[in-house]
Design a protein around this ligand. Structure first.
Ligand code: NDP
Length: 247
């Protein structure tokens, strides 16, 4: 029970990696707020959390809209009185080659992945600053480190998240708020399920551990970053990719 009585807000937690993080944190004793554009699926994830004996709250929230994010934080404070942990996991892709990429494809991905992360850090850090305690984990990607043809918008958003993590870590450190990022490689979720089999096979060959990661592999590292085991870690990006990218 490493997170006993903590309150964790996880964005995009209705499914995939975010849901795995939510369930892992609940197993460790945290109460969970599942914030997602898909409120119905968020409510289903909350039922699973409550089956583990924890409290939960499903919020329909679009991370790109600051007013919605602020309203969500107020609802969490009304119900739980605090926000100990924020995981910025909501993310989308809209792939295209740079020359064909539309303004809409660029803006949408930067909006959800980067501005959404900024919005949530800004709103959630207010109650954390008051408490002089907090943990923030931002889900980046190895694509934000190495780039990828067809993902100008996504790679820029994820590189932005890594830089934002460092700045937020520096600004919030004096109030005992640790901010770190996790950069997953190829993780089996709905986001990656739609890739062609041929491409997936090629990618697997580039992974030294010779297998794709699971959402639970990412959740385990997030748990480390929000637990007391990482008290002296801030501003870092931990790569979870089976060895694809080595510094
Ligand atoms: P999924 O697409 O499976 O889940 C993402 C969730 O975020 C969905 O429930 C989605 O809702 C929600 N969401 C989308 N836009 C918003 C928004 N504006 N506000 C709130 N919620 C939103 O993705 P994954 O679980 O695969 O990915 C999670 C994170 O991990 C993302 O940031 C992704 O970039 C990152 N990542 C994933 C990797 C992978 O291999 N899967 C690799 C590296 C990083 P909806 O149902 O409407 O789509």
């Amino acid at each position: 029970m490493r997170l006993k009585d903590k309150v964790a807000l996880i964005t995009g937690a209705a499914r995939g990696i975010g849901k795995a993080i939510a369930l892992r944190f609940a197993q460790e004793g945290a109460d969970i707020v599942v914030a997602d554009v898909n409120q119905e699926e968020a409510a289903r994830a909350c039922a699973e959390i409550e089956a583990l004996g924890r409290k939960s709250l499903a919020l329909g929230m679009d991370v790109t809209d600051y007013a919605q994010v602020e309203e969500a934080i107020n609802k969490i404070l009304d119900k739980f009185g605090k926000v100990d942990i924020l995981v910025n996991n909501a993310g989308i892709t809209k792939d295209n080659l740079l020359l064909r990429m539309s303004q809409m494809e660029w803006d949408a991905v930067i909006g959800v992945n980067l501005k959404g992360t900024f919005n949530c850090i800004k709103a959630a850090s207010r109650p954390m600053l008051k408490e002089r305690s907090g943990r923030i984990v931002n889900i980046a990607s190895i694509i934000g480190i190495i780039g990828n043809a067809g993902q100008a918008n996504y790679s820029a958003s994820k590189a932005g998240i890594i830089a934002l993590t460092k700045t937020a870590a520096k600004e919030l450190a004096s109030r005992n708020i640790n901010v770190n990022a996790v950069a997953p490689g190829f993780i089996q979720t709905e986001m990656t399920a739609r890739l062609p089999e041929e491409l997936k096979e090629k990618m697997k060959q580039a992974i030294p551990l010779n297998k794709f990661g699971s959402p639970d592999d990412v959740a385990a590292v997030c748990l480390f970053l929000v637990s007391e085991d990482s008290n002296y870690v801030t501003g870092q990006t931990i790569v979870v990719d089976g060895g694809m990218v080595m510094a």
